[in-house]
Design a protein around this ligand. Sequence first.
Ligand code: 8YV
Length: 321
Amino acid sequence: MKPILLSLLNIAAEDKTRLNAHYEIIEIKNLDEASTLSPETLARVTALYGSATKPLSLEFLEALPNLQVISSFGVGYDPYDEDYIRRRQIRLGYTPDVLNDCVADLAMALMLDVARQVSVSDRYVRAGRWLSDGPYPLGVSVTGKRLGILGMGRIGLEIAARAKGFRMQIYYHNRNPRQDLAEDYHYIASPIELAKAVDYLIVATPATAETEKIVNQQVLEALGPQSYLINIARGAVVDEAALVKALQNKTIAGAGLDVFVNEPQVPEALFTLDNVVITPHVASATVETRNAMRELSIQNFLHFAEFGEVKVAVPWAQYGA
Ligand code: 8YV
């Protein structure tokens, strides 16, 4: 009998064929559905297909006593408990890098949209207001402005590269300055100072205990009424209640948001505000990028089946020889 690969995602037919060489596949829609499986079946599960946006409870993982490998679809690994996964020496693969361009593209799109009012002016035209109310009010320029990147990792670097094409000045904050960056990428020692220094602040940091609500009320106050916040990271890295207030009271100029604390729920107060552009967590959602993510996530399983290690492991799940 083959071991079981339990999947929280739908697997394409051609990928099933590749995985079937090693595993019997069971797809479930959510964690609760696992409780309908017998203990014998759960004991045969050695592989789990998860996602950067699907939280896993410890109870669920405890019900899989022989779990050896998780392949997670996405670059974020915030749903996984580091101590627990390491204690069980579970291999944890993910899909970094293949989505950097796509996520950076959406960060630029949100910045341009909220500054140049693309979505709002589209609504204006559709509502017939160009005819009835006349020319649309002025937007704000992006080219040549100061851009802050909170979290200069692989995605942050791609955002900076694009922003240079817009002749923006680049500022960033990480825990430590990076030594490998161009001299014209200016390190700023704290999120508050970074917010003070820029016209646009893009959040591109992973969600960890350390970065939870790193963009808090003080950071939003430091950003101020002329500047914009863009979040393509995780909802949890921003104090969402403080952000809603800042947008309502116009203590920041606006925001472009792809991620929220309690997805797919979005604070309803945002729906009536024209100084915010909202997208439903689609930064990596193009055919090309999702195919690349899918392929890498399948390869993580195949590599594990052959060599006992995933192809690309999350940084804290590398156990050595
Ligand atoms: C999700 C993401 O993976 O990669 C990440 O961390 O948040 C996204 O790319 C994607 O939405 C699938 O759930």
